[in-house]
Design a protein around this ligand. Structure first.
Ligand code: PLP
Length: 403
């Protein structure tokens, strides 16, 4: 017998939809907020210290771009490298450098990383690519399950690091509490001397709710815990200005920064300093950043609100729970049944692309097959409405097929 949900699904199947909720990309209205970048040079290529930004050199970045990175990561600019357009590249290169040291110290070992799940798929891809084994640990309300993490690093010295997205975590939206940040700052004291905390603060300035809890400063806590050489901070302007043409930043203690600069030197003479200059002139200080992010919020907040409204029938039918993030780019949806693969296949067939099932877990395997990551920033409101209607329909349909 055909149910009303089957009939609704069949309508979507024949509607020829082509919608996409996969990647957390800014929409074109958001990109338009930064068009003034184009006017920031106007023939003046001199940086504050008199350097001609067009020329070679300055691998750590120009002073005003390092200051921008320092503002985003809440550290002194002397700890900052301002790079090119991708913080992922800096993370990857940083781990290649660390891996070399681990291998020198322990050539026969397999190295491992703790991955907080659900998490950012590209972090997991970096580990896979570098042959680093991944161990999943889940979240508590305050952030990662610290008791489990502390026990793991005490037991196994081959665990060389952990991935953290400490604010508006991708995809759950967690912001780590002060107590969690303090325990993380102390973690290298429990682990081996080569342990590194990868602190990807990609959403440092991306509050949807301006009353969002501020993030405790990891570098300051690490200095107090004497672990500052074992934390690596990252951020970028990818979701502030142009996602494909922004700036990335790395924050390290001074000796680590020097070491990383030496490691990168054979690869390049310097990053794109003209783009650094453009960005530093557009975003001169924390007030500029706050104003700019408030304009993003005007575009993003209604989309995140719409996700909450559209998913509501799933709560009433007890089919799913989901996050209500205070910022960032994602909503994390957990189905009650182990049917994420089936739901995503149904949605794909109806013309709505969703992030593949399992993508938020190491090796692309969600052990419970329940998590779906929703990225509402890119589609317009009409497309978002349609895509969410299809998603809800597919979840209900999958629950009926299960019976
Ligand atoms: C947590 C996180 N880190 C990094 C990135 C990508 O950063 P970038 O564009 O600077 O490489 C993303 C993009 O979605 C992200 O969600």
């Amino acid at each position: 017998m055909t149910t009303s949900i089957d009939a609704q699904y069949d309508q979507y199947l024949s509607a020829g939809l082509a919608l996409d909720l996969t990647r957390g990309k800014p929409c074109s209205d958001q990109l338009d907020l930064s068009c003034a970048l184009e006017d920031m040079i106007a023939g003046n290529f001199k940086t504050v210290d008199g350097t001609d930004a067009r020329n070679y050199g300055g691998l750590l970045g120009i002073p005003e771009a390092r200051a921008l990175g320092g503002t985003l990561l809440d550290v002194d600019p002397k700890y900052i490298m301002a790079g090119g357009n991708s913080s992922l590249t800096l993370m990857y290169q940083f781990l290649v450098w660390r891996l070399r040291t681990w291998q020198e110290n322990d050539p026969m070992q397999t190295f491992k990383f703790i991955c907080v799940v659900p998490g950012y798929d590209r972090h997991f891809t970096i580990c896979e690519h570098l042959g680093i084994e991944m161990i999943s640990v889940g979240f508590d309300a305050d952030g990662p399950n610290m008791t489990k993490i502390e026990a793991l690093v005490r037991q196994d010295q081959n665990i060389k690091g952990i991935w953290c997205v400490p604010k508006h975590s991708n995809p759950t939206g967690h912001t780590y509490s002060q107590a969690t940040v303090e325990r993380l700052a102390n973690l290298p004291n429990l682990a081996g001397k080569d342990f590194i905390l990868m602190w990807d603060n990609a959403y440092a300035a991306h509050d949807l709710d301006p009353r969002t809890m501020p993030l405790t400063n990891l570098m300051a806590r690490a200095q107090a815990a004497q672990t500052a050489h074992q934390v690596a901070l990252f951020a970028s302007t990818s979701k502030i200005t142009f996602a494909g043409a922004g700036l990335a930043f790395c924050g390290l203690s001074e000796p680590m920064l020097q070491g990383f600069e030496t490691f990168l030197t054979p690869q390049m003479i310097g990053f794109d300093k003209v783009n650094q200059l453009r960005h530093a002139r557009l975003l001169k200080d924390s007030n500029d950043i706050a104003k700019h992010m408030a304009a993003h919020r005007v575009i993003l907040e209604p989309k995140f609100q719409r996700v909450q409204e559209k998913l509501m029938p799933l709560a009433e039918a007890d089919l799913a729970t989901w996050s209500k993030p205070g910022g960032g780019y994602f909503v994390s949806l957990d189905l009650k049944a182990a049917s994420a693969t089936q739901v995503i296949a149904l949605a794909n067939a109806a013309g709505v692309k969703l992030t593949p099932a399992g993508a938020t877990f190491p090796y692309g395997r969600d052990p419970e097959d329940k998590n779906i990551r929703i990225a509402p920033s890119f589609p317009d409101m009409i497309e978002l409405d349609q895509a969410l209607d299809v998603l809800v329909c597919c979840i209900v349909k999958a629950s009926e097929m299960d019976r």
